[in-house]
Write a protein of this length. Structure first.
Length: 115
């Protein structure tokens, strides 16, 4: 029975880790795209090129809320497992899960501050 719980804990931890990284990447891409658009405008680049870059920016910006929702859901699921499976504290998987909860919380709080 313990193996199944550890496996689920490991999977849920991996999901939170991946979604946290994904959110950071989308935010980084959006910031880079904003800078690129700013530079293009300063350089007087073609309006069509700028418009296309703005479309790319909008696509990145649309992905952030979706990623945020999925991260919030995965975070809550992992937190429930951590809270209900206290007897797994002595395993090597449990501290990693706690660490990922803390790291993902920083992304969740960051999003709340921007609202």
């Amino acid at each position: 029975m313990s193996d199944a719980r550890l496996r689920i804990l490991r999977i849920k931890t991996g999901i939170v880790k991946r979604l946290t990284k994904e959110k950071i990447i989308y935010e980084s891409e959006a910031n880079q795209q904003k800078e690129r658009i700013k530079q293009y405008k300063e350089q007087g680049k073609d309006e069509h090129l700028i418009k296309k870059q703005e479309e790319v920016l909008q696509e990145s910006l649309m992905m952030i809320p979706d990623c945020q929702r999925r991260l919030f859901k995965a975070h809550e699921e992992l937190k429930k497992i951590i809270d209900s499976e206290q007897d797994l504290k002595e395993t090597d998987v449990y501290p990693e899960a706690e660490k990922m909860l803390r790291e993902s919380e920083s992304q969740l709080i960051k999003e709340l501050l921007h609202m």
